[in-house]
Design a protein around this ligand. Structure first.
Ligand code: SAH
Length: 206
């Protein structure tokens, strides 16, 4: 599969029907998701790895990881409403790819996730509505896996470096994006606004 084909496939996935502002349910743009997944695959490789998608929503990141040959994916989300959507998306992509994927749904707060994985990929809430939720996701990701790819607001850079250092991880800002945030919530005025977002790679020092 080519990067463009992955992006087209991911653009066909269903998104949140009634996004919950408190849970910061903003889907990753499919083109950005495909660039990021392509980058991760070329740098570290999904093949044979057990992955967790924390705050999976409708699953664009974890589904992309499975398409790129991840061995298994845990989809973790606190909102039970995302799982029927996720199921539909997985069935659709399995049909397109002509193979079955290995996945587990975990309808829990990310803090309750108890398995160990090889790689976490996450676009967590940025902590705008619910302060410090990004910190919870980062801490759980570092506890669950030696390798983490995580999206955050660009302005969170120094907070991320410090948190990682204190937890025995190196952090590198790999990619930068203008994240399109669509007018899905009542309190947004413009149709689309753009947020400066980065993708960080966190690697355990051990
Ligand atoms: N990963 C998806 C969705 C990102 S939006 C994508 O990239 O498109 C953030 C997701 O985190 C939402 O689905 C929301 O329900 C979930 N979430 C928010 N707080 C959470 C928590 N404490 N534990 C688990 N999931 C949470």
């Amino acid at each position: 599969m080519k990067k463009k084909e992955l992006s087209i496939l991911l653009s066909k996935l269903k998104k949140f029907e009634n996004p919950n502002p408190f849970l910061e349910q903003y889907p990753t743009d499919p083109e950005i998701a495909s660039s990021v997944l392509w980058f991760i695959d070329s740098k570290d490789g999904f093949s044979g790895r057990v992955v967790a998608d924390f705050g999976s929503g409708a699953g664009v990141l974890g589904i992309g990881a499975l398409v790129l040959d991840a061995k298994k994916c845990y989809f973790v989300d606190v909102d039970k409403a995302v799982f029927p959507l996720l199921k539909e998306n997985l069935k659709f992509v399995e049909k397109c790819c002509g193979r079955k994927f290995n996945y587990v749904f975990v309808n829990k707060d990310v803090r309750q996730f108890a398995s160990k994985v090889d790689l976490v990929v996450q676009n967590p809430p940025f902590g705008v509505q619910n302060p410090h939720v990004d910190r919870l996701f980062l801490l759980k990701a570092m506890e669950s896996s030696p390798l983490v790819y995580s999206f955050h607001k660009s302005e969170s850079s120094s907070f991320i470096s410090k948190l990682c250092k204190d937890n025995g991880f190196d952090s590198v800002l790999c990619l930068k994006f203008k994240f399109p945030v669509r007018n899905a919530m009542k309190f947004h005025s413009k149709k689309v606004h753009f947020v400066d977002v980065g993708l960080w790679r966190l690697g355990s020092r051990e």
